[in-house]
Design a protein around this ligand. Structure first.
Ligand code: ZN
Length: 200
């Protein structure tokens, strides 16, 4: 199945001031589009053409780095756009998700601290995650286009810490970007949806 660039489900200027229209225009229209276009070229003839995106990511890991990087980033960005919404973030979470965070991570505040810390300490480009592994929630971080799918886990929330995600709005202040993401951007309903699917 060929990769396709999804449309954003909210206007480009609707995440401001936490993420600007300019950032979304570059990040979605240029960076994500490049992963889609390059991914499609590399998918052709890879033997993984008929597979789901998740299976392309897992199937190319360690064997086809070019395809893996682009397919991984395509997967990561499809969800990243949905992990945000205008007037999102904050600590009011759907009940079942909140209960799981309290049980597995300790508390919302602990989640917030560890998630931001994972993003801050990911050296260079990469992602920080909240993922389900063995039925339990875990904070993870990965370099470049990698994600929890290749570590036996299912991501339910991720934040892009590549500079292309924050440099226009935050310059080098990655911690401020991560705090704004958690406090003002997260679409907790989408996280809850992925949590339900990952634990079903
Ligand atoms: Zn990105």
């Amino acid at each position: 199945m060929a990769f396709e660039l999804p449309e954003l489900t909210y206007p480009y200027d609707s995440l401001a001031p936490y993420m600007s229209a300019e950032t979304l225009e570059f990040h979605h229209d240029k960076h994500h589009k490049a992963y889609v276009d390059n991914g499609n070229k590399l998918l052709d003839g890879s033997g993984l053409e008929g597979k789901s995106l998740e299976d392309v990511v897992r199937g190319s890991h360690g064997t086809n780095p070019g395809l893996f990087n682009n397919a991984g980033q395509h997967y990561n960005h499809i969800h990243f756009w949905n992990w945000m919404k205008p007037e999102g973030g904050g600590k009011t979470l759907p009940g079942k998700l909140e209960a799981a965070i309290n049980a597995d991570i300790g508390s919302f505040d602990e989640f917030r601290g560890k998630f931001i810390e994972a993003g801050m300490t990911q050296f260079g480009s990469g992602w920080c995650w909240l993922a389900v592994k063995g039925g339990k929630l875990e904070i993870m971080k990965t370099p470049n286009g990698e994600n929890p799918l290749v570590h036996g886990a299912t991501p339910i929330l991720g934040c892009d810490v590549w500079e292309h995600s924050y440099y226009i709005d935050y310059r080098n202040r990655r911690p401020d970007y991560l705090a704004a993401f958690v406090d003002h951007l997260i679409n907790w309903e989408y996280v809850e949806q992925m949590h339900e699917q990952a634990t079903a």
